[in-house]
Write a protein that binds this ligand. Structure first.
Ligand SMILES: Cc1cc2nc3c(=O)[nH]c(=O)nc-3n(C[C@H](O)[C@H](O)[C@H](O)COP(=O)(O)OP(=O)(O)OC[C@H]3O[C@@H](n4cnc5c(N)ncnc54)[C@H](O)[C@@H]3O)c2cc1C
Length: 407
């Protein structure tokens, strides 16, 4: 995306961030009770109106090149904006930069044919439809995604897809799924056996089995995580995305920026939790004349959170800068660091903020408990902590192992 990025002066960026901050706080935060109390059916129409406002304010699709209807922000500028939007669960959706659409837009932009871009990218960018990405299967360890059972077999001018997926986020109401399926089962190279294929929804044979209850919530719309089935689903051969057998290469291209995007959003959540924690600690009286904020333990939580959020932000900006200037390969290690560090920072900050709020922290009167439930998954999706740590350690140990073998 860097080639199409628009250079913003510091002043222009500051104006953009202030516009976003005002919009988030005056228009989006007041809607949070609808989400927190599960009034899902009411939310989407209201958010549709707010998407129009976001567009009018110049906050629409910030990561996409202007030629495709976006703001063309470079990744580091988008990091700052994403943090502002992450203050509320609605921010990214309303500005059309939420997962999984953001990843699918990047995929289609990079690998889609002109016909595919016209059919799926253009309406995604305009906000006329939503999409989902179906890779993980219940029968296999998602951490090792080469183990797939879903197949796509060529039959004349069509692909015929069979299989079962789960945790297909936002499938409920999506207009198409990008599906990872084995098309080349006999390739000796296991990373060249699968392809990505676009399946319009509905297509005969596609079934949304259920919205999975995650931490007690079924969600809905873009906040759903579905189990889906493909029974002899037939789509045109032209729905193949990129080259046949290159599904994992495409997935890697999608995951690098995707992980940075999540980390940027999590810092926004950290800042909101921090704000709530400080506000509450400063007003809650625990004894006559004594506030929670006077307690050393609470001060330590606040200080530790402040330090960790600052470190997380610097690490994310470093990864975003490497990605922008040197490409995904050069940024890979830094992306692994932030995926682990920011996900864990997020959980520590949310946990401290809940603890400071006492029983109130367990309620849905603040977004803390909602985020605590929803964002527990941050340590699992897009690579579980343990997988990233193994890769980081393996890389760090490599020269020592080689030296050990030589000695
Ligand atoms: C909220 C949420 C949204 C998601 N959205 C999507 C989506 O839109 N599309 C999609 O395709 N998938 C999605 N996923 C699935 C996600 O990508 C997988 O959950 C993830 O890849 C882990 O796979 P798994 O759940 O099968 O766990 P497994 O691979 O079975 O791993 C279980 C645990 O084992 C440990 N582990 C695994 N491998 C290793 C290893 N090599 N070394 C050390 N420890 C290891 C880790 O602790 C891991 O948490 C989503 C998941 C969640 C929770």
């Amino acid at each position: 995306m860097s080639g199409d990025a628009v250079a913003l002066s510091r002043g222009d960026l500051a104006v953009l961030l202030e516009t976003a901050r005002r919009f988030v706080r005056s228009e989006l935060v007041p809607l949070e009770p609808m989400l927190l109390h599960g009034r899902w059916a009411e939310i989407e129409p209201v958010l549709a109106g707010l998407r129009g406002k976001a567009r009018a304010l110049g906050l629409w699709a910030p990561f996409l090149p202007p030629a495709h209807g976006g703001l063309g922000l470079p990744l580091d500028a988008f990091a700052h904006l994403s943090e502002v939007l992450g203050w509320t669960p609605f921010g990214h959706y309303v500005c059309n930069c939420q997962a999984p659409d953001v990843g699918n837009m990047e995929l289609l932009l990079q690998f889609g044919t002109p016909a595919q871009q016209a059919a799926w990218l253009a309406p995604l960018v305009s906000g006329d439809l939503r999409s989902c990405f179906a890779m993980t299967e219940p029968e296999h360890a998602g951490s090792n995604p080469v183990m797939l059972s879903t197949t796509a077999v060529r039959d004349g001018d069509a692909w015929v897809i069979n299989g079962r997926k789960w945790f297909t986020s936002s499938a409920d109401g999506a207009a198409f799924a990008v599906v990872m399926a084995v098309t080349n089962p006999d390739d000796d190279r296991q990373h060249f056996r699968a392809s990505q294929i676009v399946v319009p929804i509905p297509t005969p044979g596609f079934t949304l089995v259920r919205n999975i209850s995650v931490m007690g919530e079924r969600g809905g719309g873009w906040a759903s995580h579905a189990e889906v089935r493909f029974d002899d689903v037939r789509v045109p051969a032209a729905n193949l995305l990129g080259a046949q057998g290159h599904g994992f290469a495409l997935a890697q291209e999608r995951l690098g920026p995707g992980r940075i995007h999540h980390c940027m959003r999590w810092i926004g959540i950290c800042e909101r939790a921090f704000d709530l924690m400080c506000r509450y600690a400063s007003q809650r009286e625990v004894a006559p004349g004594e506030r929670l904020a006077d307690k050393q333990q609470v001060q330590f939580w606040i200080a530790e959170s402040r330090i960790e959020i600052h470190a997380a932000r610097l690490m994310v900006l470093d990864a975003a800068t490497r990605m922008t200037h040197d490409g995904q390969e050069a940024a890979r290690e830094a992306i692994g660091y932030i995926k682990v560090f920011v996900a864990n920072t997020l959980q520590r900050v949310l946990d401290r903020a809940i603890q400071v709020h006492g029983a109130l922290g367990m309620t849905d009167d603040t977004p803390l408990a909602w985020w605590y439930r929803h964002e527990r998954a941050a340590r699992i999706y897009d690579g579980a902590d343990e997988v990233h740590k193994t890769v980081i350690a393996r890389r760090a140990l490599r020269p020592y192992r080689e030296a050990g073998r030589r000695s």
